[in-house]
Design a protein around this ligand. Sequence first.
Ligand code: KG4
Ligand code: ZN
Length: 337
Amino acid sequence: MNVLGVESSCDETGVALVDADTSGVPKLLAQALHSQIDMHQAYGGVVPELASRDHIRRVLPLTGHVLSESGRSLEDIDVVAYTRGPGLAGALLVGAGVACALAAALGKPVVGVHHLEGHLLSPFLAADPPEFPFVALLVSGGHTQLMRVDDVGSYELLGETIDDAAGEAFDKSAKMLGLGYPGGPALARLAEFGSGDAFELPRPLLHSGNLDFSFAGLKTAVRTQVLKFGTNVCEQDKAHLAASTQQAIVDVLVKKSLAALKQTGLKRLVVAGGVGANARLREQLNAACAKRGVKVHYPELALCTDNGAMIALAAAMRLQRGLAQPRQEYGFDVQPR
Ligand code: KG4
Ligand code: ZN
């Protein structure tokens, strides 16, 4: 079964083809990605209308590329999957529209995929895929969640952010420091030149006794410090603040992940979503988990942020288990929220 996946929820157009037998982890045959980062950079963030227009320009050429790369033709596609949400409404509609049109023309079914389920399952495309059950730390631009995952589709929410997401904390702090978009990688790069304990920043809910997160207070503390800096701030102080901000976020993510592992008694942790690319987070999670005999799984670095492979994969894993409802009714059903 060849599943084509289309991702267009935000600022990356992703297309991929996976091959799924009845059992076993689906295999990635080919994928193609176009990032809109350069286009949005001038505006300091994603401009939804520009994002939609660019998805329109990219999605068919990327599909052609994936087919030729995989040596498959349109007729070899058995199911077309697309991101149903969450994401930007107009951007989602492009992927859904193209997926539905393609499937209708081929007489094949479509499957809508939850973007976060794509992130969550993306480590299954890594060389050493996880086994169920595991604890998942899902850290993206819009979400910060801890989950107990017993199988595909069997997710128990253990805790989540009550305000900003971890990625948002990275992005907004980076913006206040005058760094580019996307802020996470920019802040992480600057942090390499600073010290994580140079500034005392809050770690909200660190000792709350539950698995919820909060990053709004940290954002306020960063803003207060940036205002204190004024206009004459030196690069070293900016690097110290970047490192301290990163450390505050990482400390909370590590501590809560360990608490979730303790609470569930599980010995496997899966980290997914864009913030999962953060080197400091990986380093500290690896060290803390090694001490406790916990195995940590990450997606390949290139699959941490948005991509089509995770969408094709999530659809294929659901189809293998009879959990997806492939439909040959082609009305769009995007769910931005
Ligand atoms: O999963 P993703 O690509 O998109 C969403 O579904 O939100 O995550 C994007 C988020 C952004 O907030 C970005 O700044 C953050 O992931 N990010 C990072 C790093 N790479 C991406 N944050 C910290 N360090 C990184 N290396
Ligand atoms: Zn994402």
